[in-house]
Write a protein that binds this ligand. Structure first.
Ligand code: URA
Length: 209
């Protein structure tokens, strides 16, 4: 699949299996979400540009590297994306956060916006959208639409589980937005849930059902 990176590190595969298991507790699920997001963050930031800096170690002057450009932005899609954003911030604590409030209308499965707050200079930054489940793709497309309307030109999308349909929908609408995911599942059910998936990521993270 063009534009899609499947992060198949054994730790990611193991943690995702535990998250898929319906008997995994809320506490464990939330911890696994955070840990897996940290591992995905490592992969999605792999190609960040660096520039040379002169420093002095306790022993000698030397040239080393730092990440170039403005601090990046994590954009969790509320609410399930919040659990993933925590894990990404563990790795990049100076990142900014844009909150994208979108819910899926249960009848139409279309995305409905209810909250949107970003750093003022977001158009100058790389924005990494995070949402555990890329299911129909409607919410992801709506999130990218909103961020592009804010002037963002450099976007990446990270999820835990994608469906084939979700990947196709997002890539068709926004071919310039690459996707990182731990797995791509084949199907969606009539309620728009990924099969086998892991259930409702928001409910399982926050213990609301
Ligand atoms: N949202 C979820 O939380 N799970 C799915 O399977 C699909 C959308």
């Amino acid at each position: 699949m063009q534009g899609v990176t499947i992060v198949d590190h054994p730790l990611v595969r193991h943690k995702l299996s535990r998250m898929r298991d319906r008997t995994t507790s809320t506490k464990t699920f939330r911890a696994l979400m955070r840990e897996t997001a940290t591992l995905l963050c490592y992969e999605v930031t792999r190609s960040l540009p660096t520039h040379a800096v002169e420093i002095e170690t306790p022993v000698a002057a030397t040239t080393t590297e730092e990440i170039a450009g403005k601090k990046l932005v994590f954009a969790p899609i509320l609410r399930a994306g919040l659990g993933m954003a925590e894990g990404m911030l563990d790795l990049v604590p100076s990142a900014r956060v844009a909150h994208v409030g979108l819910f899926r209308d249960p009848q139409t499965l279309e995305a409905v916006e209810y909250y949107y707050k970003t750093p003022e200079d977001i158009s100058d930054r790389l924005v990494i959208i995070v949402d555990p489940m890329l299911a129909t793709g409607h919410t992801a497309v709506a999130a990218v639409d909103l961020l592009k309307r804010s002037g963002v030109g450099d976007l990446r999308f990270v999820c835990l589980v994608a469906s084939v349909q979700g990947v196709e929908t997002l890539r068709a609408a926004h071919p310039d937005v690459p996707i990182w995911t731990a797995a791509v599942d084949a199907e969606l059910n009539d309620h728009g849930y990924i099969v086998p998936g892991l259930g409702d990521a928001g409910d399982r993270t926050f213990g609301t059902r």
